[in-house]
Design a protein around this ligand. Structure first.
Ligand SMILES: [Zn+2]
Length: 272
């Protein structure tokens, strides 16, 4: 049996799934311990004191007892339930997208305080603002930067020359903007207008307070969405491949003390 220690932390519930008779297996994002998995025992019983404090997207203060592979939630108290977000289908689908994006780019157990507060601000913002698509684009760019996939928007990724104020191309695989000389005739690149590029740079450089009231023409809003979603899907594929590779490398080392085991095995082990 592994040693048990207890941590008190605030957390945002990224995912939850039914586990056993009355429990849930939670994926939690914390500021100082990164993304962790935790069992909330008995939480699906209405009588549980934790019920209602560990719902999806909820920001809560929790007490976690750590086993070797999984935490167990021993106490939970809501900090912010983001009620307006829960009661509106459009807002809650923006919440799902932002959480899914963060979840896909973050490995377990790697602390990233900035990322935690980015998500916290995102959930607060989309609860109240009506500028949802621009807030989403801003969130995407800042998340990408925090996980090491910042797109290059100032210099051509082909020849490294400064980008001139004219329409350009965007090369998602190369990770940024391509000048007309490098981009024209090249396959798998997308045209990007100077207006859209300027907007991307503005969102990349500025914090949330400067973009909340920004109004953007629908043509530019459509173009930036198309480019960023394409970029994310290409980078995510690379990210997933590298995670998969790491996973396979770990599995090869079958004699290692830290070998990967399934959550079910982990729970059994914790409870032994
Ligand atoms: Zn170039």
């Amino acid at each position: 049996m592994a040693r048990t220690r207890t941590i008190r932390t605030e957390t945002i519930v990224l995912r939850h799934q039914v586990f056993g008779e009355a429990d849930r297996l939670l994926t939690l994002l914390t500021p100082n311990h990164g993304k962790v998995r935790a069992i909330a025992k008995g939480v699906r019983r209405p009588s549980s004191r934790k019920t209602g404090h560990l719902d999806l997207y909820m920001r809560s203060d929790v007490l976690l007892a750590s086993g070797r592979n999984l935490y167990v939630v021993t106490q939970a108290q809501t900090i912010d339930a983001y009620r307006q977000l829960r009661e509106n289908l459009v807002r809650s689908s923006y919440a799902s997208c932002s959480i899914e994006l963060l979840d896909s780019f973050t490995p377990d157990g790697e602390p990233n305080i900035d990322l935690y507060y980015l998500l916290e601000q995102m959930l607060s913002s989309i609860s109240v603002s009506d500028n949802l698509s621009i807030i989403m684009r801003h969130y995407e760019l800042h998340l990408l930067e925090m996980v090491g996939f910042r797109p290059e928007l100032e210099f051509c990724v082909g020849d490294n020359k400064p980008i001139q104020p004219e329409n350009q191309f965007f090369d998602a695989l190369a990770g940024g903007v391509l000048c007309p000389q490098c981009g024209s005739g090249k396959s798998n690149v997308m045209p990007v207008s100077m207006d859209t590029l300027r907007l991307m740079r503005f969102l990349q450089r500025n914090n949330y307070s400067s973009i909340n009231n920004l109004s953007v023409r629908s043509k530019v809003a459509a173009e930036i969405e198309k480019i960023q979603l394409h970029y994310i899907s290409i980078q995510l594929e690379r990210q997933l491949k590298s995670v998969d590779f790491l996973d396979r490398v770990r599995r090869l080392d079958i004699n290692s003390f830290d070998k990967i085991i399934s959550p079910t095995q982990a729970v059994n082990r914790f409870e032994q």
